[in-house]
Ligand binder design. Structure first.
Ligand SMILES: [Zn+2]
Length: 806
């Protein structure tokens, strides 16, 4: 029963004590309060469910779908051909894939050609792979000419795979989607603008195919709109995660023309923090505009032997194709000359579409949210619901769950990793759903516990204010530093502030406070729940704390609803209050229990076995000059299988500069008689202080790549040219101050012209080549079925190096 004569919510000595307001009085009845809580929670669950349902992939269309539509089943037939086996750039398997693509595009009646050239890596990539990268590339390019072109639309995906796997998702799915879109467009009315289909080579090695096309193909000379299709996993919604600068008009078209538009301006910021790159980078370097889309869930198979056609989720494939076809039609018919106008838009998915607003609104909205929350604080104090001291305490205390939940999520993952060391090299577990839910339950447990502990001392009003105040502050910080992500906290803070004001003003009018605060919480759910859902696959469980942080922010927007699960503040005395308080710990206990149970279920369900192996990383490196051979691994904490080959960390940079600067674990390996690449001097001339050497590096065995480094204590490299093109000069630290990596190496090797300033003696160079597969090596024991291969560009690589004084 209520006790209307007390007002223990706040300590306001300067103001006369008030009775509990009428609406609050209504809610003081435990049964009514519980009813209000149930209604609010049902509403929030419904809103959350509809926003998650909206992230589902569409139903794949069958092979007999109408010819003007995209059919995942038709595209999948090409996926099976393209991803029949690993087909790294330069390999015979890749030649077969290219022949298939040419035949398919020609079969559609499109002007088709192969751009065959040597190209450097994209400008923004550092020479992390051991030196400046180049590759021989063969892009497949086809054109559907427009009737009255205002520009060109480019549909891009890459057809090469990594050496470790067949690339069913990455990017046979994207390539096959481009083919199916080309088919659908070629049967319809001719578009106004040129549509160019670009299937690039050597994306995995160095994005070199995209560089070759965007920088030097005649069709690319005038730029245009690029739609790049990628995958960094095997399933989940296709996310439009990257755009060119000043994207307002592009995002408009995206929301209008993509049938399943999932994208957020926050993703661009997240993506920049990840060590991935796609062909899109090369196009941006050349001032194209465009959109970059990928599906990213199911990351465990990324770049591994498990990335087979069978691993492709056909719903994701359908979404990729539906969006690409819709966008190609729209960009194909609009005036492309005016796309770069406007600034960067803020955009995010809501049930039924994409909300977007211009970037200039970001900061004003963030300040408005601060104002709304400040007004709420002022009114809270004025109405005697909390003193200034309590408001300050609420603000300070709200930081506790914001810090504790991410920390606890990281600790939970450390504990799971300790129980299951096989997770060490996985991007994400094979079946991560249970762990994700455990993290969310843990965040909820922390929030509920914190709330139950602080509520009686500080009061619900001050805590609600404190949570919203942090959201508003984050909104301003984000607006300044990460504008595309500011909406995440600005809009919930604004909604919460306004709802709080409404609740305080309408306290005499029955259900309105509950309705207002529930609506505000629903805004939080709509904006933050998809973010939580997409952050898990984007960052993997190793960074689950980020999702936990966003989950807690969501929880803070819903504190007034959470409060309904507690007894009326100060409204009860004696046994009833005690019982109600006991009841209030139920949510915290339930969430904590759920976290433990869900983590346990995860460990039981996601066992590592032959179908879900623990990945390992091993390489073999032979110094043909000294006759020393080593096993190498990049695993920081080696799996038992790898432990049989390697011990402690060593720098192998002096002997194998082509393997980069990272320290690797090494162990002695049996010496083989594999030949090092030959370096022949084709021409040698000196003019003044400059010596020009024309060299040919020829592999003596089939190799995927070769590297050439110059000891810069013997000569300073002034210029270098490969295949008649200047090599971008990227000075390296250490003994080998100049280096280049040539991918997709032809059997005849490559020619390089070095212009150097010698320092007295001979110019010392080191040549290395690398092939794939360790099976034929003495001392190599094949992996047991439950041991897999790390999805890396150097897994199972076999390198042979030698020094030549010239
Ligand atoms: Zn890839």
């Amino acid at each position: 029963m209520g006790a209307p004569s007390t007002a223990a919510t706040a300590d306001t000595p300067t103001r006369p004590k008030r009775g509990v307001p009428a609406a609050d009085r209504a809610l003081a009845r435990p049964r009514r309060r519980l009813l209000a809580a149930a209604a609010a929670l049902v509403a929030l669950v419904a809103v959350g469910a509809s926003s998650l349902l909206d992230l589902r992939t569409p139903t794949p269309r069958p092979a007999d779908a109408p010819t003007g539509e995209f059919s995942a089943a038709r595209a999948f037939e090409d996926v099976q051909v393209i991803a029949a086996r690993p087909h790294a750039a330069g390999s015979p398997a890749n030649d077969q894939v290219r022949a298939h693509l040419e035949q398919r595009l020609r079969g559609l009646g499109l002007e088709t050609e192969v751009q065959d050239t040597v190209a450097p890596e994209a400008g923004e990539l550092s020479g992390a792979a051991g030196g400046t990268a180049l590759a021989r590339v063969r892009n497949v390019v086809a054109r559907l000419p427009g009737t009255d072109p205002t520009g060109r639309v480019f549909l891009v995906s890459h057809y090469d795979s990594v050496q470790t796997g067949p690339g069913g998702n990455d990017a046979a799915a994207g390539t096959a989607a481009v083919l199916e879109v080309a088919r659908a467009l070629s049967v319809g009315p001719r578009p106004r603008n040129d549509i160019v289909f670009v299937l690039t080579d050597a994306e995995e090695a160095c994005l070199c195919g995209a560089v070759a096309f965007s920088a030097s193909h005649p069709l690319a000379a005038d730029g245009g709109v690029v739609l790049n299709l990628e995958a960094r996993g095997s399933t989940g919604p296709v996310i439009m995660f990257e755009t060119s600068q000043d994207n307002a008009k592009l995002v408009d078209v995206f929301s209008r023309a993509a049938p399943h538009p999932v994208g957020t301006s926050f993703a661009v910021e997240i993506y920049r923090a990840l060590p991935n790159d796609t062909d899109f980078t090369a196009f941006l370097d050349q001032k194209f505009v465009g959109l970059n889309s990928a599906y990213i869930d199911g990351g465990a198979v990324y770049h591994t032997p498990l990335d087979t056609p069978a691993a492709v989720n056909q719903g994701s494939l359908q979404q990729h194709g539906d969006n690409a076809l819709g966008l190609a039609r729209e960009f194909g018919s609009t005036d492309l000359t005016a796309l770069r106008a406007g600034d960067d838009a803020t955009y995010f998915p809501v049930p039924g579409g994409l909300v977007r607003y211009p970037g200039w609104l970001t900061l004003p909205l963030a300040l408005l949210a601060v104002l709304a929350v400040a007004a709420l604080g002022w009114l809270t104090r004025r109405q005697g619901r909390a003193s200034t001291g309590r408001l300050a305490a609420g603000f300070g205390l709200a930081l506790v769950p914001i810090v504790a939940a991410p920390a606890a999520a990281q600790l939970l993952w450390l504990a799971i990793r300790a129980i299951r060391p096989g997770y060490a090299q996985l991007l994400d577990p094979y079946r991560p759903i249970w762990y994700r839910m455990a993290v969310l339950a843990l965040a909820a447990a922390i929030l509920f516990t914190w709330y139950a502990l602080t509520r009686r001392r500080v009061g619900p009003a001050a805590l609600a204010f404190g949570g919203l105040a942090w959201l508003a502050v984050f909104g301003v910080l984000l607006a300044v530093a990460v504008p595309g992500g500011a909406y995440l906290t600005t809009l919930p803070a604004l909604a919460g502030g306004i709802a709080g004001l409404v609740a305080l003003r309408t306290r005499q009018t029955g259900p309105w406070p509950v309705v207002a605060t529930t609506v505000a919480a629903a805004v939080g759910v709509i904006i933050l729940l998809p973010t939580v859902t997409l952050l898990f696959p984007a960052l993997g469980m190793a960074k689950g704390g980020v999702a936990a942080l966003v989950a807690v922010l969501l929880g803070l927007t819903a504190l007034p609803v959470v409060d309904l699960l507690h007894p009326q503040a100060g409204g009860q005395r004696g046994l009833v209050a005690l019982r109600a308080r006991r009841l209030a710990v139920v949510p915290a206990m339930a969430a904590a229990l759920a976290a433990v149970v869900l983590a346990g279920v995860g460990l039981v369900v996601d066992r590592l076995d032959a179908d879900h192996p623990a990945p390992t990383h091993l390489m073999y490196a032979l110094d043909a000059g000294t006759g020393q051979a080593r096993w190498l691994s990049r695993e920081p904490d080696p799996q038992p299988w790898t432990d049989g080959y390697v011990g402690g960390f060593t720098s192998v940079e002096d002997d194998f500069p082509g393997l980069g600067k990272a320290k690797l674990r090494t162990g002695p390996a049996p010496v083989t008689n594999l030949p090092a690449p030959k370096v022949d001097v084709l021409a040698d001339s000196t003019s003044g202080t400059e010596r020009t050497l024309r060299l040919r590096l020829t592999p003596q065995r089939p190799a995927r790549l070769a590297t050439l480094h110059v000891d810069t204590s013997t000569a300073t490299v002034l210029r270098a040219e490969v295949a008649g093109r200047p090599v971008p000069m990227e000075p390296r630290k250490g003994k080998w101050g100049f280096g280049l990596v040539f991918h997709a190496l032809p059997p005849e090797g490559f020619e390089v012209t070095l212009t150097v300033s010698p320092k007295g003696g001979p110019v010392v160079v080191r040549a290395m080549d690398a092939s794939d597969g360790l099976d034929a090596l003495p001392g190599f024991r094949p992996r047991p079925p439950d041991v897999g291969i790390v999805g890396s560009h150097r897994s199972d690589m076999l390198a042979v190096a030698r020094t030549y004084p010239l």
